[in-house]
Design a binder for this molecule. Structure first.
Ligand code: HEC
Ligand code: HEC
Length: 224
């Protein structure tokens, strides 16, 4: 009896070792997170930080940049791809002002890979949803997340960190909007500051308010 128990333990340790070796140490950035980076560099100038069409360049333009927080909702991914790349743009229909998009919106053609377009669209959808604003810098959040949270919440944020096997816990899946969307930014901040249940640690005194706002912003993008 003791023998078989021992065998099971040894097997578990071996399994864990294999698991740890096969787990990538660096996460591939979530889609909307990646999209935000591209948006900041290529779109913010005209469309503005929050996508309202009020970027620093907007004042100088004859045709106002679109308010993406409202227009994008009714657009399919296929149409958005056409709008962004400029390929087949004349086929766009259903605009209020005119059926064609003017050339005031640059054609990004081959500048972006398919994956990048996909990420950009994920971020536009996030702006369109707008349930929760980004409070801090998600790039800072990503770094902190990898350092402090991924052992439990997983490098990809889906709740399968190394510690979950060791401790037998089930942390929240941060990539699932159904788990995070109903919680306000303030509620998430409070849980991170004060901990939750038995195994979600309290980070008050370890992380600053700014750190935690950055983490919450990263968690928001994880679920898009
Ligand atoms: C030089 C300014 C400028 C930049 C930079 C820019 N846009 Fe635009 N964009 C516009 C203008 C102006 C319009 C509205 C054109 C019109 O109404 O004919 C527009 C329209 C759009 C629309 C159509 C909205 C709709 O549903 O009707 C989308 C989507 C869009 N832009 C996405 C982007 C993305 C994504 C980027 C970055 C990769 C970007 N834009 C960069 C100026 C810009
Ligand atoms: C020791 C493992 C562990 C670590 C490390 C950890 N968490 Fe958690 N976390 C959990 C567990 C377990 C839960 C589920 C708690 C519950 O609902 O009982 C959880 C839940 C959460 C929740 C949901 C709270 C709510 O209101 O439902 C958030 C947000 C969260 N964690 C963020 C973080 C962040 C950010 C970090 C890193 C700074 C982190 N966690 C580090 C284990 C951990």
């Amino acid at each position: 009896m003791k023998r078989t128990n021992m065998k099971i333990v040894v097997n578990r340790v071996l399994l864990l070792a294999v698991f740890m070796l096969s787990t990538p140490l660096v996460a591939s950035p979530p889609t909307a997170f990646e999209g935000r980076g591209l948006y900041v560099s290529y779109c913010l100038l005209c469309h503005g930080v929050g996508g309202k069409g009020d970027g620093p360049l907007a004042k100088t333009m004859e045709i106002t940049p679109a308010d993406l927080t409202t227009t994008v909702r009714s657009r399919s991914d296929t149409i958005l791809t056409k709008i962004i790349t400029g390929r087949g743009r004349q086929m766009i229909t259903g605009r209020d002002r005119h059926n064609l998009l003017s050339d005031a919106m640059p054609e990004w053609g081959a500048l972006f890979s398919d994956d990048q377009i996909h990420s950009l669209i994920a971020y536009l959808r996030f702006l369109g949803n707008k349930k929760h604003a980004l409070m801090g810098d998600p790039r800072v959040g990503m770094q902190l997340y990898q350092e402090y949270c991924s052992v439990c919440h997983g490098v990809e944020g889906d709740g399968d960190g190394i510690m979950t096997k060791l401790m037998g816990i089930m942390p929240m899946d941060h990539t699932n909007p159904n788990e995070t969307n109903h919680l306000s930014n303030q509620a998430l901040i409070e849980s991170i500051l004060s901990g939750k249940g038995r195994y979600m640690p309290a980070w008050r005194g370890v992380l600053s308010q700014g750190d935690i706002e950055a983490l919450v912003s990263y968690i928001r993008l994880l679920s898009h």
